[in-house]
Design a protein. Structure first.
Length: 163
């Protein structure tokens, strides 16, 4: 018991340094002192800036939430789309099989749409109206009207055959 009371802190340190495991650990620490110092400086900087870093993270999370909120208008249509997906898939399959999306059909529909727009514009500008049989017969002399009616007649024949 007198040895414990008479031992000094330096004696306790000497006895620990005599332990081979302690000596090996200290040696390893000393070999990597520069790396440890760099780590301590980095950790100190991180801890000193913890408030700023956490505020930045919090702000970023709020930004992400706001971005998510800005797309909330997609919620209802997306949910409805998911619910109607089987019916939509059936309709798309039927459309693909129908031939409606063939190049010929799409081209013809494009021409028809263009003609509808031009015709509607011209009818507004010119005030085109047919006020009886004679103006209708005069319109039949126009080669463009004749080609358009010829198309309608042939479409009517083909439609009649398919019915």
């Amino acid at each position: 018991m007198t040895d414990l009371l008479s031992s000094t802190p330096s004696d306790a340190l000497r006895s620990k340094l005599d332990d081979p495991q302690v000596a090996a650990s200290l040696s390893l620490l000393l070999e990597h002192a520069d790396t440890l110092a760099l780590g301590v400086v980095a950790l100190d900087g991180l801890l000193r800036r913890a408030d700023t870093i956490s505020a930045n993270i919090e702000g970023s999370l709020k930004d992400v939430k706001n971005i998510g909120d800005s797309f909330s208008y997609l919620g209802t249509p997306t949910k409805r789309l998911a619910q109607d997906a089987p019916e939509i898939a059936d309709a798309v399959e039927a459309l693909l099989e129908s031939g409606m999306l063939s190049r010929e059909v799409v081209t013809l529909l494009g021409e028809l749409a263009g003609a509808l727009v031009k015709g509607a514009e011209q009818a507004k500008v010119k005030g085109t109206a047919v006020g009886g049989v004679l103006p209708l017969l005069r319109a039949l002399k126009d080669p463009d009207v004749g080609r358009g009616l010829g198309l309608l007649i042939e479409v009517s024949r083909a439609l009649g055959k398919s019915l």
